[in-house]
Design a protein around this ligand. Structure first.
Ligand SMILES: Nc1nc2c(ncn2[C@@H]2O[C@H](COP(=O)(O)OP(=O)(O)OP(=O)(O)O)[C@@H](O)[C@H]2O)c(=O)[nH]1
Ligand SMILES: [Mg+2]
Length: 337
């Protein structure tokens, strides 16, 4: 009985130990599984993180590539615009050159040359001076002054509105010893006398000297006459007339009131004259530079002042009248040599 009991107790003990082992094994397995599950979870978490990082990097790469592409497109667009601008500039430049070229008179044929010489009655030993320029600039009045005449004198060239001549008019200098022949050339820029090809149309190439009578502003026609005269080797003078009128206007502009008896007229005149001289010289110089023509003087005159100079009278209102006569004399002498 005792043995039986102790065997049962042993069996119970063995069963208990087996149970305990089993439980321990179970716990160990559960712990392993829990550890494995945690490790798996951590791994998965890490993988997810890695994926997210990778996804973020990919997004950044895509964004960077898009930005890069946008920069390239913008650069290309900028380059395209720049090329278009350059192309437009080239086109404008070529157009200007072509226009300038077109303004260069064609070389006249020998027939044209002798026909025009006949028209102006070109005479050996005389100095043939053309007064050319824009309509209304004062050409006819200056022709009269060179001939020592007033505009109203008998035989004087007609002046003023609607008195424009449509053909070159010849005025031999009335002074017995003079070798000058003055020519009143139709004014350019009217419908009947377009400035296009003015130089050739008026046969300016047959003259020994050309005076360009400049109006209020220096025009493309004036430039064309000068550059063609240069091409044909004809001495050309720039003359701006109506100095008296321009100075009178300037006096008013700077405050002179002709009704004001006490007004200092002489000082207003001096100031206006100096301003007129400086402004005209500056404007002509700039225009010559822009037209790529060499600098040359501009003679400021009035028809009355020039008439006085020709007839040997002095006038304090004169500007460059005497100098103009002197320099024309010099050109005539050089021509005769
Ligand atoms: N005050 C003043 N007026 C002038 C002078 N020269 C010309 N005029 C006036 O300006 C106007 C035009 O002068 P014109 O001599 O006919 O000019 P133009 O260049 O021959 O004119 P077109 O033949 O039409 O081309 C006229 O009313 C002249 O009296 C000047 O030196 N002083
Ligand atoms: Mg005239």
């Amino acid at each position: 009985m005792g043995a039986e009991l102790s065997r049962i107790a042993e069996q119970a003990e063995a069963a208990r130990r087996a149970q305990a082992d089993h439980e321990e094994a179970e716990q160990a397995r559960a712990a392993r599984e829990a550890a494995e599950a945690q490790a798996r979870e951590e791994r998965e978490h890490a993988e997810r993180l890695a994926q997210e990082v990778e996804e973020e990097r990919r997004r950044q790469r895509v964004a960077e590539e898009a930005a890069e592409r946008a920069t390239i497109v913008a650069q290309q667009e900028q380059e395209r615009r720049q090329r278009a601008r350059e192309e437009e500039n080239r086109r404008l430049h070529a157009e200007r050159e072509a226009a300038q070229e077109a303004r260069q008179a064609q070389t006249p044929t020998p027939e044209e040359y002798s026909a025009f010489r006949e028209v102006i009655q070109h005479t050996e030993g005389f100095f043939h001076v053309a007064l050319s320029g824009i309509a209304g600039s004062g050409k006819s009045s200056l022709v009269n002054s060179f001939c020592g005449k007033h505009n109203m004198d008998l035989g004087a060239a007609a002046v003023g509105a609607n008195k424009t001549n449509f053909a070159v008019a010849r005025y031999p200098d009335p002074h017995p010893s003079s070798r000058f022949v003055w020519y009143d050339v139709p004014g350019a820029g009217t419908l009947k006398v377009p400035d296009w090809n003015y130089f050739n149309d008026q046969g300016l190439f047959v003259f020994d000297c050309i005076i360009v009578v400049v109006n209020n502003s220096f025009t493309a026609t004036d430039v064309a006459i000068l550059s063609n005269a240069r091409r044909f080797g004809i001495p050309a003078f720039i003359v701006r007339s109506k100095a008296d009128q321009h100075i009178r206007n300037l006096m008013k502009d700077i405050g002179y009131n002709s009704d004001d008896e006490g007004g200092n007229k002489a000082s207003y005149f001096a100031r206006a004259r100096d301003q007129y001289v400086a402004e005209t010289a500056r404007s002509i110089r700039t225009n010559l530079q822009e037209a790529k023509l060499p600098d040359q003087p501009v003679y400021l005159v009035s028809n009355i002042g020039l008439q006085a100079a020709v007839t040997g009278r002095a006038s304090e209102k004169m500007l460059d009248e005497v100098k103009l006569l002197t320099d024309l004399g010099g050109a005539a002498r050089r021509y005769a040599l």
